[in-house]
Design a protein around this ligand. Sequence first.
Ligand code: B12
Length: 215
Amino acid sequence: METEEILAKIYDAIIELDEAKTLEMVNMVLNEGLDAIEVISQAMSPAMVEVGKGFENGKMFLPELLLSADIYQAAMNILQPKILEAGGTVEALGKVVIGTVKGDIHAIGKNLVSTMLRTAGFEVHDLGIDVPPLTFVAQAEKFQADVIALSALLTTTMESQRVVIEALTVEGLRDRFKVIVGGAPVSRQWAEEIKADGYGKDAVQAVEVTKQLCS
Ligand code: B12
């Protein structure tokens, strides 16, 4: 089967919420030696964006959204080890503490950014979802991180990104760590407003900006 065809089938299978088909196609990808990152960026992420649009305009409901997220994660569980393998074991370029901010349980984008950073050679400590501001601060200190990466998917939780930066300032640690922010509602303008050191609109930009900040 042609690469384009496999990618289109994965995209369709996620939108149709067909887990068995999605996983069958993803396994086929691995057997045919296709690039896992291409599958994520060309098929899986666009499918999630499409699912999101369906949710926005009322064609899909929360249980379907949850199911699509589970399917996405199951596919990632298959692809992730391959991506990490391909990244090899290079000396870490820097240390990153990453998490989704307090009040927010969206994990998919944050997980993708984590994976891509690891692949690029960073040591990544993923704190998970719904992470309180002071946990970011404490864990960044514990791991002697270079960068703190904050993901927020809700307009209401973007504010928590500002709170983390303020907490660093209060603790007298603002100069110790670079802070980068991202997530669907986050913009460069917002990053500047809250005085973050960097912003990335997707996982590729997240890696680029982290590299710049660590160089
Ligand atoms: C899947 C999903 C869910 C799943 C999450 C499952 C999971 N395990 O993650 C579930 C069903 C749980 C969910 C719940 C909710 N959701 Co929701 N969800 C989505 C959806 C459809 C897709 C998000 C996603 O995974 N995208 C795919 C990934 C790959 O993209 P991404 O997250 O944007 O990440 C990329 C970039 O943003 C960037 N990035 C992300 N993080 C970071 C961090 C850094 C540092 C950098 C540099 C870059 C970066 O790189 C990533 C990779 O390229 C979006 C729709 C949308 N358009 O985003 C709604 C959406 C975010 N959800 C929404 C809402 C309202 C909710 C709920 C409140 C629904 C409810 N009524 O209960 C709850 C929130 C619960 C909570 N407290 O968090 C709204 C938010 C509206 C708003 N503006 O605030 C959206 C936009 C849908 C909508 N239009 O209504 N959701």
